[in-house]
Every structure is written in structure tokens, then in C-alpha cells.
Design a protein around this ligand. Structure first.
Ligand code: SF4
Length: 218
């Protein structure tokens, strides 16, 4: 019996989305990866441990571009892309260096993230993204640290200082990258006005999105 291959790149709206990893330092209460059984609108995003190399990602992206150009490349998927920071940056570098042609060097590159990269890697990684990543969308969700921990359910090492690290990541991204958004899922009990105020204080544009069907990614 033929088994369906995991999807590494997939189309959504006008973007090409890259599924680099299923690993994640959080288990967000609103994540759909389990309720949707690792399927995102018809794409099986369960990598089954076989994370793609940058070369594989770029080869697939080139094929997709040739079939139909896309407006942006988005690192997203069912997992936190910055868990594979080196691979993510390598993909972006290949594009910027012209090694992914016919994809233009200046194609827009976006990262959707939970903002814990500085915490996970133990350093400020945002300068490494400069010139490579055009836009970051950071899933902040609230202005309240206790509510953040309840919504995002971080792994132990990041339970206490994770929220501060996410704020630091957003502040750095808003200073160093062309575009930084702080996002929130409109869920019960979240004070959206306070969330927006915090996002603006951190230098990011706030963006609120509705819950997806079955949400209880980014
Ligand atoms: S929503 Fe994104 S960051 Fe949160 S658990 Fe799911 S994959 Fe991880």
C-alpha cells in the first residue's frame, strides 16, 4: 500500500509555505496540529522525523516557482521553524545569493514564529536574520505573563522567562528587520487592547486573527 509522502512545501493564499520541522518548544492551547491530525488543508505535514535539508527545500521551491510564481516564502508549518535556525537561514541565504534561481533574490521571506528563538539558542539570533528575513510574525497572544504561559504551554526551561524572551525577540526584530508583527489569536479572556498596547511598545504592528476551526498554528 502506498503511503502518502510528508509535505515539505505547500501553497496557501499567495505564498509558498515551508514545513521545516515538527519540533516546538511550546504546546499552544490553540494549536491545530493534533486536532487536524497533522493535516493542513489537505497537506500531510507530519515529517515523521525526516526533516528536510536546505537543498531539498530549495529544490522544491524552485519547482513550485517554475510551475507558478509565489509572492512570498513563509517558514511556518506544524512546528517552530527556528528550532532549525541554521537550515532556515541557509535556505534564505541560497535565495539571496542567487542559488535558488529562477526564484528572484529579492523574493519576500517571512518567518512565523512563537518568538522563543533567543531563549532556545541562548543568544540574540535576530542579527543573523538581517538581510535574509523581511518579515517576522511573532505569536505573542497576550500582555500578561501568566496568561502567556497558560496559552503557550512552554517546555520547562522557558516557563519562567519565556515571555520576557519573546518580548526581547520582538523588540530586536522591530529594530533590525524591515517588518515585525506581534500576533494574537482572539481567544476568550484575552485583553486585546492591552495586547495591542504592548505590541506597539515593543515596536511591532499588532495583528489579531480569529480562531481556526478546531482550535482550542500561529
Ligand atoms: S501553534 Fe505553532 S508554536 Fe504553537 S504548538 Fe503549534 S506549531 Fe508550535
Amino acid at each position: 500500500m502506498e503511503t502518502q509522502k510528508p509535505v515539505i512545501v505547500y501553497r496557501y493564499h499567495k505564498g509558498l509555505y515551508v514545513n521545516l520541522t515538527n519540533r516546538c518548544p511550546t504546546a499552544c492551547s490553540f494549536c491545530v496540529k493534533h486536532t487536524w491530525k497533522m493535516d493542513y488543508r489537505g497537506s500531510d505535514l507530519d515529517l515523521r522525523g525526516a526533516e528536510p535539508s536546505p537543498g531539498e527545500v530549495i529544490a522544491l521551491a524552485k519547482e513550485q516557482w517554475t510551475a507558478q510564481p509565489f509572492e512570498e516564502l513563509v517558514f511556518c508549518g506544524f512546528g517552530e521553524p527556528t528550532m532549525r535556525l541554521e537550515a532556515l537561514l541557509a535556505c534564505a541565504r541560497m535565495i539571496r545569493n542567487g542559488r535558488a534561481e529562477p526564484i528572484p533574490r529579492n523574493v519576500r521571506i517571512r518567518l512565523n514564529t512563537n518568538g522563543l528563538a533567543n531563549a532556545v539558542w541562548g543568544r540574540n539570533v535576530v542579527p543573523e536574520m538581517k538581510g535574509l528575513i523581511d518579515s517576522v510574525h511573532v505569536s505573542l497572544n497576550t500582555s500578561d505573563p501568566a496568561q502567556w504561559a497558560a496559552l503557550m504551554r512552554p517546555m520547562d526551561p522557558w516557563k519562567t522567562d519565556g515571555f520576557d524572551k519573546v518580548k526581547e525577540f520582538i523588540r530586536e526584530a522591530s529594530l533590525l528587520l524591515p517588518e515585525a508583527f506581534a500576533t494574537a489569536v482572539a481567544s476568550e479572556g484575552v485583553d486585546i487592547e492591552k495586547f495591542k498596547t504592548l505590541a506597539l511598545q515593543l515596536g511591532a504592528d499588532p495583528r489579531v486573527r480569529p480562531l481556526l476551526d478546531g482550535e482550542g498554528g500561529k
